[in-house]
Design a protein around this ligand. Sequence first.
Ligand code: NAP
Length: 251
Amino acid sequence: MSRNNTPGSRPEQPVALVTGASGGLGQALALELDALGCRVAVHYNSAEAQARAVQDKLSNDSVVVTGDVGSWEAVTALYAEISERLGPVDVLVNNGAIRKDSLMAMQSPADWAQVIQTNLVGSFHTTRAAVPYMLRQRWGRIINVVSPSGLIATAGQTAYSASKAGLIGFTRTLAAECGRRGVTVNALSPGFMITGMTKNLSDRVIEGMEDKAPIPRFVTVEEVARSAALFLDQDCMTGQVISIDSGVSIT
Ligand SMILES: NC(=O)c1ccc[n+]([C@@H]2O[C@H](COP(=O)([O-])OP(=O)(O)OC[C@H]3O[C@@H](n4cnc5c(N)ncnc54)[C@H](OP(=O)(O)O)[C@@H]3O)[C@@H](O)[C@H]2O)c1
């Protein structure tokens, strides 16, 4: 290997951007990354009060930022703010996402497009803004939150499923691009968690999901967030989908 390809080392207190840190899993990831020594940029789209409440619980320096990840202009603006207040982003967690389920015959084209724009194009925007610096410093971590729905069929979820399956392909391909420069790109696939995204599902659907899993219970956001240490620590794990899903992805 040439000297130019030698990976850099992990920054002392990495700057971690968690998109959707106002939501259920994002909050837990922000707290976990803070506990691991990161300085966290707590991102929200609409729920400012929740994001500020998360920031109040952090020990290290942090910042609250906002913006629709589906907008490139909004993403470049929030990166400028993080860079000015904390420094460039070393760890990116693409967690913010939406779900607008509908059977195809009734699916609104605008809703379908918005899911792809937020979950998939949004992850491209935040990653595009982060990667040049990570490659230059020869160290970086990109964690894309996906879902068993990216691989398993659930009627009514073509948009959500396509967005998450797309993000898995994105993860693997970007991992191949960035590995030589010490930047790992992995996907985190949680099982069913009770959060803002799932709280409106009917009891019948929720019980069905719980019964389907080999470990017949939901995962908690804290259990999923504990994987952050693995993503930070492992220099040789890239292009992987790490499933913490009660085994639902093998059903
Ligand atoms: N819950 C589950 O069972 C489950 C299972 C598998 C995977 N996941 C994945 O886990 C991740 C976190 O979801 P969650 O369950 O914690 O849901 P959640 O509580 O609804 O959180 C979703 C987050 O996404 C943010 N968001 C929404 N639209 C956005 C936009 N246009 N730009 C930027 N951020 C936006 C929200 O921000 P505001 O609230 O500030 O608007 C919120 O913080 C998602 O990627 C989801 O697909 C969830």
